[in-house]
Design a binder for this molecule. Structure first.
Ligand SMILES: C[S@@+](CC[C@H](N)C(=O)[O-])C[C@H]1O[C@@H](n2cnc3c(N)ncnc32)[C@H](O)[C@@H]1O
Length: 245
């Protein structure tokens, strides 16, 4: 680790505050700020937490939903137990993990999806940003069909190509979509949170997936090449779209 990283890390007041208040991660305060401003999580809610490790957001969500609520978290990493939460270890893109996630709610409809999902940082911002958009898009297409009409969706995303198209796609599905930068985000951070409230019935009657809408928008902007003939997507810049067979 660099000296700069070490001194920033050590002097980080949010990290200190998290330790003092018993939260596992400084990110807990970002969700607290979101809750204070937009109140997306209510007592008794069923909450899906995507990219939940080490568990800071799940701790906050469990406090908010209370005894009648349920929090299901999914992450590639193991999350130590929290009372009131159920954790699944695996890739949210994997269909078996998606099945386990649905099953963990035991027929309850989800009221709120919270996603702090983040790629492993490579240091190449264009690549990390493209993967962030890709992950969030996938989280939308998996979780929004499970969300109760009227429900809320919160996600972190890195700013850059595809963000405006993502916001547009979400505005078609939710009555309100806010871009929010918590003060507890690091000053230099390029992350932003999208806070979407009140999922429209039947998702506004849309048939296209969020992923397809974003690919179309990126193709219109010349960022990806979308060939209609064989349904292949060819990446022209840093956007890491999966090639379709
Ligand atoms: C910033 S951390 C989340 C911190 C968490 N909100 C908290 O408060 O403790 C982002 C997480 O996303 C997870 N992640 C990234 N890609 C994932 C994937 N495909 N499936 C599940 N989790 C993923 C990472 O393992 C990482 O733990």
């Amino acid at each position: 680790m660099s000296n700069r990283w070490y001194s920033e890390h050590r002097s980080d007041p949010w990290r200190r505050k998290a330790r003092q208040e018993g939260y596992r991660a400084r990110s807990a305060f970002k969700l607290k700020e979101i809750q204070e401003k937009f109140a997306p999580i209510r007592d008794g809610d069923a909450v899906l937490d995507v990219g939940c490790a080490p568990g800071g957001w799940s701790q906050v969500a469990c406090e908010l939903v209370g005894r009648d609520g349920i929090v299901v978290g999914v992450d590639l990493q193991t999350t130590s137990p929290i009372e009131g939460a159920h954790f699944i270890v695996g890739d949210i893109q994997d269909s078996l993990i998606q099945d386990s996630t649905r099953a963990a709610f035991q027929e309850r409809v989800i009221n709120t999806v919270i996603s702090d999902i983040s790629p492993e940082i490579s240091g190449r911002y264009d690549i990390d940003q493209a993967i962030s958009i890709d992950l969030v898009t996938m989280v939308c297409d998996f979780s929004l069909p499970l969300l109760n009409p009227g429900g809320a969706f919160i996600t972190k995303v890195f700013q850059g190509p595809g963000l405006d198209a993502l916001v547009k796609a979400l505005k078609r599905r939710f009555s309100k979509v806010h871009r929010f930068s918590p003060i507890s985000s690091r000053n230099a951070s390029s992350e932003i949170y999208l806070v979407c409230k009140n999922l429209k019935p039947h998702h506004g009657g849309l048939v296209q997936t969020v992923g397809d809408e974003i690919i179309d928008a990126l193709a219109r902007d010349g960022i990806v090449d979308h060939s209609d003939d064989d349904d292949d997507i060819v990446v022209k810049t840093g956007f890491s779209v999966h090639r379709r067979d």
